[in-house]
Every structure is written in structure tokens, then in C-alpha cells.
Design a protein around this ligand. Structure first.
Ligand SMILES: Cc1cc2nc3c(=O)[nH]c(=O)nc-3n(C[C@H](O)[C@H](O)[C@H](O)COP(=O)(O)O)c2cc1C
Length: 233
């Protein structure tokens, strides 16, 4: 059993709330894991060339090539990315677009696996966590837990945070804001958030230990996706 963790934050590992939460989830599953940050990777979006339709292998030659095998081999995933404009960021979007290579012919390489979705935002990480869950559902992968919270927006450290009219410090604390270290939302210093990440990791581990019946999970996710389509059509 092996878990693949992906952080979609472009920030350095020691500055990223996403990185910290994904790492914490992974450390608490009790299973072997590999943790990859997309910040050092060059991955373009899907170019819809259809080169993958015959054999389910993407023909775009970049860092996704080495990731493909890791995605296939993993039994579970912990995926996280930051909130950019109430959605996921481009780096993570490019990564998931390239999963198009798994969606042809029988296309069941990844079906029925399980995952945890993580989102972090300057205000909230709900939107990216929800989007990751939806994306996984398209691949009939079940999200067993979501962890989302508030991280340190770069507006606190860009140098203009106290006067910037569109920055998070003024938005959250008003026009007279004086930035101090203790007002910067650091993921690692929010016990409820760190606890949620620990619990999510334990939950994922338990699910794997109890034996994830991939066929059953696939059927449940197919039904869930169909119900979702039913609501939106
Ligand atoms: C281009 C850009 C857009 C952003 N848009 C939002 C947003 O719409 N909502 C929000 O809550 N945070 C937004 N943020 C703040 C980030 O989500 C926040 O800094 C978060 O901590 C990033 O996670 P990380 O620390 O793992 O990189 C934005 C940041 C950037 C750089």
C-alpha cells in the first residue's frame, strides 16, 4: 500500500500552508508515502491532441511523464492546492488536466481509489478542497476527508500590506491595520486545523487497513457523479 501526496503550491515548502497540511495528512496514515511538490515541476495543461486515446499514455514530454507511473502505482492520494480567485491554481489545474490520459477505452486504471483533499486560502481553502474532490469524483476516486483552512496570504509580507487597498490585511482588519506576526494566519499554529489534518490521515489509513473494495467504491462514485449531473442538467 502506498500513498501519493501532491502539493500544488508554488511557494517554498517552509512557507506553504498546503505543503504543511498535506505532509501532516501523509504522516498520519500509517502507510508508506511519497510526497511531491509541483513547485519544481514543469507541467503544461492538456493540449487536447488526443495522442493518449489509444493507449492512455500522454505524449506531451514534460515532468508529468515521471508522475504518471506514480499516480498509477499509488493506492491512495493526498492532494492539496491553494485558493486562487476562489478556485484552484493554474499549476494544480495543469496537473489534473493531464489526467485526461486515463479517461479512454476502459479507463479504469484509477477507479475506486481513495483520497484526501486539502485546500488553503488567504481567507478560506474550501473552494480548492471542493474542486479537488469534484475532480477526483470524475475519476471515480472517493474523497474520504477534506481539510481546508486559512493560510498566510503573501499580502502580509509583500511590504505594502498596511496600505494596499485590495490586500488581505486591509480587507480582514480594516484600513488602519498594523501588521504584526501574531495576526498572520500560520497553518501550523492553528490547533483545530492541524488536528483536522491528523484525523484525515488516520481516516485514510483506516480505510486502507479495512480493505478498500475498489469495485464497490467505483460503483458508489459512479452513482454520486450521476446524481450530481442530474442536479445540474
Ligand atoms: C494569484 C493569487 C490569487 C489568490 N486568490 C485568493 C482568493 O481568491 N481567496 C483566498 O482566500 N486567497 C487567495 N489567495 C491567497 C492564497 O490562497 C494564500 O496565500 C494561501 O496561503 C496559499 O497557500 P500556500 O501557502 O500553500 O501557497 C491568492 C493568492 C494568489 C497568489
Amino acid at each position: 500500500m502506498k500513498i501519493l501526496g501532491i502539493s500544488g503550491s508554488p511557494r517554498k515548502e517552509n512557507q506553504s500552508g498546503v505543503y504543511k497540511l498535506v505532509e501532516t495528512v501523509l504522516q498520519n496514515s500509517g502507510y508508506e508515502y511519497e510526497f511531491i511538490s509541483l513547485r519544481s515541476k514543469k507541467i503544461s495543461g492538456c493540449i487536447a491532441c488526443l495522442g493518449c486515446v489509444k493507449d492512455n499514455v500522454c505524449k506531451v514530454d514534460d515532468d508529468m511523464t515521471e508522475l504518471r507511473q506514480k499516480i498509477v502505482e499509488a493506492d491512495a492520494y493526498v492532494f492539496g492546492c491553494p485558493n486562487y480567485y476562489s478556485s484552484i491554481n493554474a499549476m494544480f489545474h495543469a496537473f489534473i488536466e493531464r489526467w485526461f490520459q486515463f479517461r479512454h477505452q476502459t479507463g479504469n486504471t484509477l477507479w475506486g481509489k481513495v483520497a484526501v483533499a486539502v485546500g488553503v486560502g488567504g481567507t478560506t481553502g474550501q473552494a480548492p478542497a471542493d474542486t479537488i474532490e469534484k475532480f477526483l469524483l470524475y475519476n471515480f476516486v472517493e474523497t474520504v476527508a477534506k481539510v481546508s483552512g486559512q493560510g498566510a496570504a503573501s499580502c502580509y509580507s509583500c511590504g505594502y500590506g498596511e496600505t494596499c487597498q485590495v490586500g488581505i490585511p486591509v480587507m480582514l482588519h480594516g484600513p488602519e491595520v498594523k501588521i504584526s506576526e501574531d495576526m498572520i494566519p500560520n497553518v501550523g499554529q492553528q490547533p483545530h486545523l492541524m488536528k483536522a489534518a491528523v484525523i484525515a490521515g488516520e481516516l485514510l489509513g483506516r480505510r486502507l487497513r479495512e480493505g478498500n473494495d475498489r469495485q464497490k467504491t467505483t460503483q458508489a462514485m459512479q452513482a454520486k457523479l450521476m446524481a450530481m449531473f442530474g442536479e445540474t442538467v
